[in-house]
Design a protein around this ligand. Sequence first.
Ligand code: JD8
Length: 278
Amino acid sequence: MRLDIVTIFPEYLDPLRLSLIGRAQQDGVVEVVVHDLRDFTHDRHRTVDDTPAGGGAGMVMRPEPWGEALDHVLAAGRAALGDPQALPTLIVPAPSGRRFVQAAARELAEQPWLAFACGRYEGIDERVLVDAARRMPVLPLSLGDFVLNGGEVAVLAVVEAVVRLLPGVLGNSESLVEESHEDGLLEYPLYTKPASWRELDVPPVLLSGHHAQVAAWRREQRLRRTAERRPDLVAALAPSALDARDRSVLAEEGWVPTEQGLVPADGRFRTVTRPVAD
Ligand code: JD8
C-alpha cells in the first residue's frame, strides 16, 4: 500500500517511522511519502493561507498550492506504482467529515493507494476538494466531536488503524483475534501479576482455573462497562444476542428489553412526551 501525505508540518508525521508502521515500511508492506505543501508555493514567503471570502475569523488555505501538490501526488504515485491510470482515495480530515469508524478502516485497508490532505488554520478552500473529486474518490473524515488544530493527528490515527489491518503487519502476540468478537460490547478489564498490588487484588475468579466462570465473569464485566460508559452501544444491541443472564445483568444496570429493543428503565429515551400536570 502506498500512502501520500500532504501537510505544512512534515515533522508531525515522523512517528510513522516508529514501531509497527516503521517495521511495515521496512518490510515493504507500505510506503509512506510525506510532502511539504510549501514546496508547491511560488512566492518568497511560501504562503499557503489567506483571509476567508465573506469575512470571518482566522485564515483559509489557498487552493493553488493544494492543486499543484495533489497533481504531483498523482503523477509521482502513478510512476512509482507503474500504473498510469492508478487513482488514490483522498482522505481529508475535517470536523465536518463523516465519523471514522473501524468499518471504514477495514474498507481503506483494501485500497492499494491512499492520499491524505492535512488542513490547518480554519481549513482548506472547498474548491480543492471539488477539483480533486473530478479525478479521484474524496473522503472527508472526522475522528470525533472535539477540536484539533489540524488534520495531522487524524492522519496518524487513520494510518495506524489501517496499516495494522494489512496482512503480515501484526505479529502473533498482537494478532487480530480481538476483532473476531466485534459484538458491540466494550472489552472486559485486564489484570496481570502480581496477584495483589497496593492492597488491590486480581479478582479471584481469574486465578481459579474455572474457564467457564472466567468467561461468565468477563461477559458480565463487558455488559456492565458498556451500560455504564456507552449507552448508545447498549441501545444498539439486538435483544436476540442476549441470553437470560445477560438480560438480568443489564436489568441491574437499568436496561429493559422491549419491542423497540433495549431501553433505559428510567425512560430517558422515551420519545413520546406526556402532559406533566393533570
Ligand atoms: C482538520 C483545521 C482546525 C477546524 C476551527 C481550529 C478531524 N475530530 C477532529 N477535530 N478537529 C479536526 C480537524 C481540525 C482542523 C482541520 C481536522 C483543519 N482544523 C479548525 C474548524 C474550526 N479549527 C478533526 N479529523
